[in-house]
Write a protein of this length. Sequence first.
Length: 270
Amino acid sequence: MNHYLLACILGIVEGLTEFVPVSSTAHLRLTQALLGLALEDEYWKMFSIVIQLGAILSLFVIYKKRIVEFFDFKNGISLLLQKIIVAFVVTAGPAYLLTKVIGENLESVKVMASALFVGGIVMIVVDKIFQHAKTLSVDQTSWMQAIAIGAGQILSAVFPGTSRSMSTIATGQVMGLSREAAIDFSFLLSIPTMVVATGYDLLRTLRHGEGGALHSGEQWLVLGIGFIVSFFVAWGVVAWFLKYVRNHGFLVFGIYRIIIAILVLRFMKI
C-alpha cells in the first residue's frame, strides 16, 4: 500500500482514538498488523510516536484558556497545576522502571486485546455505579484524588490496550469526580504525560539510529502527513467527546471495546 495513504489511515486512527477511552495504542498496533506492517519495524514505531505528538497539540487548542491560567505566575503556580504535576510524577517513576515490560507488551496482540476487553467491562461497571459525584469541577480535585488518578494511569502504560483516558477517567469517577471533572483532569494530565513519554521515546529512537534511517524526503513527508492528520482529527474528536459524554456516559465505548477485543481474539493470529 502507498505510504502516503498509510500515513493518512494511521493518522485518522490515532486522532479518532487517542483521547476517547478505547486505546489509541491498541488501535494503531492492530491497524498496522491488519495493513501488513511488522509490529517490530522501527520506522513505523517511530511514526506512531510522532503522530501521537500531533494529537497532543489539539489539547493545547481546546484547553488554551486553562493552560494560559497555569502559566500566569503573578499569584504563583496554580493549585490545579500542582496536583497535575504530582499525578504525573506518580505515573512517571513506575512507568520508567517498567520500560522493558512495556516494550514487550507493545508487541503482544493478545495483551492489547485482553486489556481492551477487561477495560470495557470496568468502564461500564464504574460508569453505572459511580454516578453520584461529590467533585463536580476539576478545580475541586483533591490531592488524594490526583494521586489516585496518577496511580491509575500506570496501568495504561504497562498494559497497552487499557487506554490512558479510560484508566484515569474511571479512577477519577471511583474517587468521586463527576464525568466532566474526571475528563478534564485526565486530558490536562495527558499533556505533560504524553509530551514527556513520546518525546523520550522519540529521542531514544533517533539516538540509537533507529526509526528506519530517516534520510529520504519521502519518509519525512510521510511523518508530516500523519502528524497533521492526527492533529485535526483529534481536535474534532475531543470537541465532540466532551459534549457527548456529559449526556450519554461511557456505555457505548465499553461495549465497543468488548466487541473489538472478541473479534481480535477470535480472528487474529496471536
